[in-house]
Ligand binder design. Structure first.
Ligand code: HEM
Length: 445
């Protein structure tokens, strides 16, 4: 392969550095080798860019020339029919079928339910109590997926789903995610057998839930019911096996990501002089019980969410594998090679975001950024399907939370982002102290 790109050569050291400190590794390589540069990573040789020109070339290229870079990490979790793992015509059709319930204007249907879940999750807190932001936001985003996406209503079934999903997530350990040869059952024992048992339990619940919704003649707003009602002119509706893989995909792609985004927002708001006060003032204009729709329209709250996802992108990199040769900023790359957009790098470009290390939501009120400068949800034909849902959830949850409750940070040390499978999460989850209820504020119904 005759490549004009430069990059470090030692594969093992690079891979370790990349897995331990993805953002630091990418920043150092770009400083040393330029943008784009070549990296030898566990998933193969990849050309990495974070520059608006490189990002534009990747996100506006014909999607037919890309396929997923690595299937093996996610496949056991989401299944082979998952949108994350398919490409070409199949991927296009699947997106067409799944897209309608995620359109921005549909969000209104989920608002009241989201708000009720947020307020209920914080019930029972007393001033002086300690809590961890990420644990609360995870509980919130999980229940939102179970109720608003899977359409589970009854409290006992919601509890069962939570239990099974928690075991499912915990049993998919980093070693079995990263090393497929470890995916063997030793007489029904060992980590793989444990994961398979929890996967079967989840599969059973999803089969049952699809059956219940199919038999239900009521008009419902949850995403599963909308998907069951979807018909595609170009072909048959999704089979049950496809539906189950896509439901697991929405769970894996939408639960932890949104929870991490909300926890970082709480962190930045409490760490940045004036930010929380400005938001509290904006919220106070909506009265003690803000409507979800009104929250979703608040400019400063929206800017806080945007700036949070800029500072520490929850997903630091998006990648593709080339099915055909491709030129990236004039460098010819062969078929089979990987491409990566470093979102962290793009979001810390000082010519686009002056003083990039400062949390300054105002920058999103002062100007608009192009999809090649700011891309917390990736881009092109694979841009996050749940972006509108995630932003709506973040705004409704944060707005409802801070309109009703007061918190403070339990310590004033900076918190680092650390890798959890494909996301970057706050190292200690952001410990908080509960300060009390705002007078006259909304509490759970
Ligand atoms: C703050 C929260 C979230 C962030 C930062 C995020 C980020 C991302 C990113 C970076 C990608 C890859 C895009 C690319 O390859 O160009 C992605 C894909 C995806 N996300 Fe999200 N996401 C979030 C929430 C959600 C939610 C709530 C859902 C659904 C309930 C969701 C569903 C998906 C799906 C289905 C894909 C695959 C799209 C495809 O391959 O065509 N995400 N997300």
């Amino acid at each position: 392969m005759s490549l004009s790109l430069r990059g470090p050569r030692t594969k093992v050291l690079q891979s370790i550095h990349f897995l331990k400190d993805t953002a630091g590794f990418v920043r150092k390589c770009i400083q040393r080798y330029g943008d784009p540069y070549l990296a030898q990573l566990p998933m193969g040789t990849v050309a990495v860019t974070g520059d608006p020109e490189g990002v534009r070339e990747i996100f506006s290229a014909d999607p037919e020339i890309f396929e997923p870079l690595s299937r093996s990490v996610l496949e056991p979790l989401v299944g082979l029919n998952s949108m994350l793992l398919i490409s070409g015509e199949r991927h296009k059709r699947e997106r067409r079928l799944l897209m309608p319930p995620f359109h921005g204007e549909r969000m209104r249907a989920y608002g009241a339910r989201m708000q009720e879940i947020v307020l209920r999750t914080l019930e029972g807190l007393r001033p002086g109590d300690s809590l961890v932001a990420l644990e609360k936001t995870q509980a919130i985003s999980l229940e939102i997926i179970i109720r608003a996406v899977f359409g589970v209503d009854e409290a006992e079934r919601v509890r069962r789903f939570k239990e099974v999903i928690t075991a499912y997530g915990q049993s998919y350990t980093l070693p079995i995610a990263m090393a497929p040869p470890l995916r063997r059952s030793f007489g029904g024992r060992g980590p793989w057998a444990r994961f398979q048992r929890s996967a079967e339990a989840l599969d059973g619940l999803l089969t049952e839930q699809i059956g219940l919704r199919r038999a239900d003649s009521q008009q419902r707003e949850d995403i599963l019911s909308l998907l069951l009602a979807t018909r595609d002119e170009a072909g048959p509706p999704l089979s049950d096996a496809e539906l189950k893989d896509e439901l697991r995909t929405l769970l894996v792609a939408g639960h932890e990501t949104t929870a991490i985004g909300m926890a970082w927002a709480v962190y930045w708001l409490h760490r940045t002089p004036g930010a929380k006060e400005r938001l509290e003032q904006e919220l106070s204009l909506l009265g003690p019980r803000p409507e979800p729709e009104a929250l979703a329209r608040l400019p400063y709250l929206g800017a806080v969410c945007d700036e949070t996802l800029r500072m520490f992108p929850v997903v630091a990199l998006v990648n593709r594998k080339l099915r055909a040769p491709f030129a990236l900023k004039g460098h010819k790359l062969p078929a089979g090679m990987g491409l990566m957009v470093s979102i962290t790098q793009a979001h810390s470009n000082p010519t686009v975001f002056p003083e990039p290390e400062r949390f300054r939501p105002e920058r999103f009120l002062e100007r608009k950024f192009s999809p090649f400068e700011y891309m917390p949800f990736g881009g092109g034909a694979r841009r996050c399907l749940g972006a509108a849902f995630a932003l709506y959830e973040m705004k409704v949850a944060l707005g409802s939370l801070l309109a009703a409750h007061r918190f403070s940070l339990a310590h004033d040390r900076p918190v680092r982002p650390v890798r959890r499978h494909v996301t970057l999460a706050p190292e200690d989850g952001i410990p908080l102290r509960y300060e009390g209820l705002v007078q006259g504020a909304a509490v759970a119904a």
